[in-house]
Write a protein that binds this ligand. Sequence first.
Ligand code: GAL
Length: 767
Amino acid sequence: MSRNEIQLMNGWEFTLKEPEDSNFEAVNLPHDWAIHAPINRNMKQGEAQGFRDRWGIGWYRRNLVFQEIREGYVYQLQFDGVYENSTVWVNGREAGGRKYGYSRFTLDITDYIHPGDNLILVKVDNTSFPADRWYSGAGIYRTVKLLELNKHHLKPEDIQVKTAIHGDTGAVTIMTGVSSLVKACISDGALRMTGESENGTIRIEIPQVKLWSPEQPHLYPLELSLYEGNQVVDTYELRIGVRDIQMIAGKGMFINGKMTKIKGFCIHQDAGCLGVAVPSEIWKERLLQFKAMGCNAIRTAHHIPASELLDLCDELGMLVYEEPFDKWTGGSYRRYFETEWQGDLECMVRRDRNHPSIFMWGVGNEVENQGQESMLKILKMLKEHLVTLDDTRPVSYAMNPHFKYESNVDLSKVKDIQQFVDEVSDTEIYNSDERVERIRRIAELVDVIGCNYQEQWYPAIHKAVPDKLILGTETFQYFRGHPDQMQNFSEEVPWMDVEKHDYVIGGMLWTGIDYLGESMGYPAKGWAGSLFWTNNERKPLSYLYQSYWTEEPMVYLAVMDYSLQDEGAKEHWDAPRYASHWNFPQFNKTVIPYMIATNCEEVTVDLNGKPFYVNKPSSYPNRMITGFLPYSPGTITVRGYISGQEVCTYTLKTAGPAVKLGFDSEELRLEAKEGYHTFFTVRAKDSGDIPVFRESSKVSFRVTGPAEIVAVDNGDLCSSEAYDRHWMHMYRGCVSTVLRFTGERGRVVLSAYSEGMAPGQLVIHVI
Ligand code: GAL
C-alpha cells in the first residue's frame, strides 16, 4: 500500500482580524497577505520589507473531511513553510507549529481528527521584530499537504542516498532510516535494478550509468517499499542523480571529471507582484531564462527555499548553494538562534540532502564579529553538526569583506545589522596581513572559502590558504574593489577573476533577479541591482554575462542613458546605466556611449549603413566593447564573426510613436492544470513593430475563458501602483500580467488596452 499525499491548496479562509466567522474570506494557497497590503511609507522596517505593511496576526482555517479514519494509519499535516511563528489547532486542540518561517514542519494529527468535518486553524504571528533584511512575506506561502501513512512508514527525512562512480557503473547506497525490510528499485526505462536490506543500508549498482550534470541532468526514479512480514506497508518515491563532485586544491571544481565554474546568481524567494507566494512554474520560467544565458547555479540567499525549487533545479540542471539562515546572534535570526538553530539546520539538510543539484551547504552570511573567537566557535559548532547529517558535500560560510577589531557592542541593540557589519568604523581592520589572518582562521573551519566581494584579495587569500578553493559567494555585477580601498569602483568585472584563477571555482552575482525589500529608501520598494527585472525581463548587462557564460554565438548592443529614472540600485551593486533603445530626440549628432557584449572573435558596427571601426573584443578590458556613436535616428547593426564568418547579428532601431500593443506571441497552447500561473508581457510598438522603449502609458488587461488575472508587474520597483489590479503603467515600454488557469480546457483570450493604441491580443488554447 503506498502512502497517500494530498495537496491542500484550495478551500482555505483567511482573516487579519479576530478569527470569527464573519471575518474570514476565501483564499487559495500559496498566499502572502503582505503583497496585497497598502504601501505605507512610515511602516516599521519599511525599507527592509518593501513598505508593504506586514505586521499583524493572520488566521487561516480550512475544513478537512475524512470519509474514514483508517485503523493502523497515521495522518500528518505538512507545511513547507509558514512565515512565521505559526501555531496549528485541529478541532480546537493545539497540534504544533514553527517559529522560523523557512523551515518545513510536519504535525501528527491522528489523535485530533474524526470521520466527517474537521477544523484546521492556523495562527500566523508576524509581530515579532525584526523580520528579515529583505521582504519576508506573510502567511501560508508554501505547499501544505495531508499525508496518510501506515503507522509503520518510511520517513523521507531519515533517508539518505549516496552515490559514487566506478568506471561505467554507478554505485548507489541507500540508508533507509529503518531496521526492517526495505526493497529498493531504481528504474531506467524498462530496466529495473533492485536491492533490499533489513539492516538499514541497501546497495545497488547501475551499469552504464547516465550521470547527472548541469548540462545533462539525468534523474533516476528510486522506489522504496517498506515491508511488514510479506506485506508492503509503505512506498516512497524519490528521484536521484548520480554525480561526482571533487574540489581539488589549486585546480578547481570537477563535476564528473570535468572542470566546472560556478556561473551563479544569488536569489531571494519572492517574485515581484506575487510576493513570496510563488507557484513552482514561475520559478521554472525564471530558471529556464537563467539557463539560457549560461547561468548554472543559484544560491538560495539566505534561507531554506521552497522544496519545489530544488526539484526544478534537479530537473533542469541548476547547481544549488543552500544555506539555512543569514546572520546568527546579531540579525533577525537572533530571535531564534539559541533555541532553533539545530532544528532549522537539521530541517534543511534532512529535507534536501538527496537533491543532486545541491553542491554545497552554507552555514551563514556576513555574520557579526566575523573572524573573532565568538564567531569561530559558532562556525565550528554549525559545521560539525552539519557534517553529522551529510558528509558528502563541502560546507562554506559567506564572508563579509569587512573585518573589525573586537569591541563590546551589544548586538541585540544594533538596529541595522547590515549597516553595522558594513560600516567602515574605527574598528575596521585595514592591515592586509591581519585581515588575511582572520580569513585563514575561518578557512580552517570550512571546506571552501566563501568570499562576498573580495576579488581584489583573492591572490593574498590563496597565498595564505593554498589548500582551499575560493567561491565568490556574492559578487558585484560590474565593479570590484581595490586592494587598498574595498569600496573603490574598479571597472574590472568580477567574473574576470573567476576566469583568471583555477583556485576560484566561480562567482554568484548579487543578485540574479530584482527582489522586494532591502530598498535604498522610498519610493524604491526593492533591490534593483540585478540582471533581470521582477517581471522576468532581461537587463542589458545580462548579455555581458551571456557573452562570458555561453558559447552559442551572440552579439548585443546597448547605449548609455543617464536620463532614465533612478531605479534605486545601490552603489557598487549598480552598473553603468545601459539601455536597449535608440531614441534620443533631445540630441542631434551628439555622441552616445555604447557597449557591445559578444562571444565572437570580431564584430562590426554600422549606423544607417555607415561603418564605425571597433577593435576585437579581446582587446577591451572585460571583453566588453565600448565606444561612441553620433546620434542620428535610424538603425544600428552589429555583426559577430568567428573565423571570418558572420555568425550572428543584432539591430537596434529608432522607434516611431506607439500605435499598438503586442504580446510576444499571438497564439499558444498550454496543458490544462488547475492553479497554473504564468507571466505574459505586452509591449508598445510603432507602426513597423519596433518596440517603443520610452512608452509609459497605462495598460488595462482583460481575460476571458478559464483563467483569471492575479497580478500585474512592470518591473519598476519605484512605482507605487498596486500589484493586484488589472491595470498598470508601462515601464521601458512594457508591462506584464500573471494569469492563473482554472484547470478547465478551453480558449483563453488575454487582451491589453491603452488609449490611442490598437489593443494587443493573445489566444491561449488550454488543452
Ligand atoms: C551583502 C549581503 C546581502 C545583501 C547585499 C546587498 O553584503 O550579504 O544579503 O544585503 O549585501 O546589500
